[in-house]
Design a protein around this ligand. Structure first.
Ligand SMILES: [Cu+2]
Length: 326
């Protein structure tokens, strides 16, 4: 998918919706979670006030009042029966309203997202769970249709969180957890790893881009077309050669080429991404050059070596090749 350069040239725009606001639900599933949160907050506040009042009575109340409220009956009711009842009711209600958050109906879009230090492997699946398309750090979804995401981890525990669209789900090595998301409005929604996973954890973001249903289908169809085999410019061609010569291909996959490395993000469509480095930089020629030349300064501890010894023209050629991949 080609985009005008301007649409990915400013960080604010690239990462619109970031940092993700926590109490601004934009879909039915996050609505449920937010309602649950507000009811709990309201109830807890009420109980807190009651406890404060009881403490006030205990400390400053008249002897008469204290005698009245200090009996065994009061303790039995307010110390045992009412708290137990309130907790049981809340548990039952919470379980009921959140059941819909994970139930599978069958018409959902299916995806798999794998947490990695410090980026996200994104796979689109068909209804039978077969892989259709590989990408990274960005999820494109249709508006108004629930998306069921299988959450896995390829190293340590991560947590996938897009507050505006749905709940938060841990990614645990050796397990598959499920999370449902749904967006009601087109737009981009920021997400963030919500479980400390190592040095660059706070720089492990991503974007969910919600398209109108027809636009999304067009987007998917375009991505499933055979890829162009010749780079768009001489510079990009030079970059393509360098990509295998200097070893990028050992870690990165570019579909339709000999680059099939899997330990880094899939770069087949990297030129179309809104951001680089898992949601931390806008995607421009300048940031591509900066990232390839010294990603360790930009995102300390990330798993890609800095290429400080490459001359500027080679960095530029590599960046041109990256830009052409879309
Ligand atoms: Cu993480």
């Amino acid at each position: 998918m080609s985009q005008p350069i301007s649409s990915r040239s400013s960080l604010a725009e690239a990462l619109s919706g970031w940092p993700p606001p926590v109490l601004d639900p934009q879909g039915p599933l996050s609505n449920t979670v937010t309602t649950l949160a507000w009811v709990l907050i309201a109830l807890v506040s009420l109980i807190f006030l009651l406890v404060c009042a009881a403490m006030w009575v205990a400390l400053y109340g008249s002897d008469e009042l204290r005698a009245k409220l200090g009996g065994e009956r009061v303790v039995r009711w307010f110390g045992l029966i009412i708290p137990a009842g309130v907790l049981l009711l809340l548990l039952a209600w919470g379980l009921t309203v959140t059941r819909g958050l994970t139930a599978i109906q069958g018409d959902e879009l299916r995806m798999r997202v794998a947490g990695n230090n410090y980026w996200w492997r994104v796979t689109y699946l068909d209804a039978a769970g077969r892989e259709v398309l590989a990408d990274a750090n960005e999820l494109h979804i249709p508006v108004g249709r629930p998306v069921v995401i299988d959450m896995v981890s390829e190293d340590v525990i991560h947590s996938f969180w897009v507050p505006k669209l749905g709940g938060k789900m841990d990614m645990i090595p050796g397990r598959t957890n499920r999370l449902k998301l749904q967006a009601d409005k087109a737009g981009s929604y920021g997400g963030q790893c919500a479980e400390f996973c190592g040095g660059a954890h706070s720089l492990m973001g991503f974007v969910v881009v919600a398209h109108e249903a027809a636009d999304w289908q067009r987007w998917l169809d375009a991505r499933l077309q055979p890829l162009p085999t010749t780079p768009v410019s001489v510079e990009a061609l030079r970059g393509k050669q360098l990509f295998s010569e200097v070893g990028c291909a050992a870690c990165h996959r570019v579909a339709g080429t000999t680059a099939q490395g899997l330990s880094g993000p899939d770069l087949t469509f990297v030129g179309a991404r809104r951001s680089l480095g898992a949601g931390i930089l806008p995607n421009t020629r300048g940031t591509l050059v900066g990232w390839i030349g010294d990603s360790q300064s930009i995102k300390p501890n990330n798993r890609m070596p800095s290429y400080r010894s490459l001359p500027a023209d080679e960095l530029n050629a590599l960046a041109a090749y990256m830009e052409s991949l879309q």
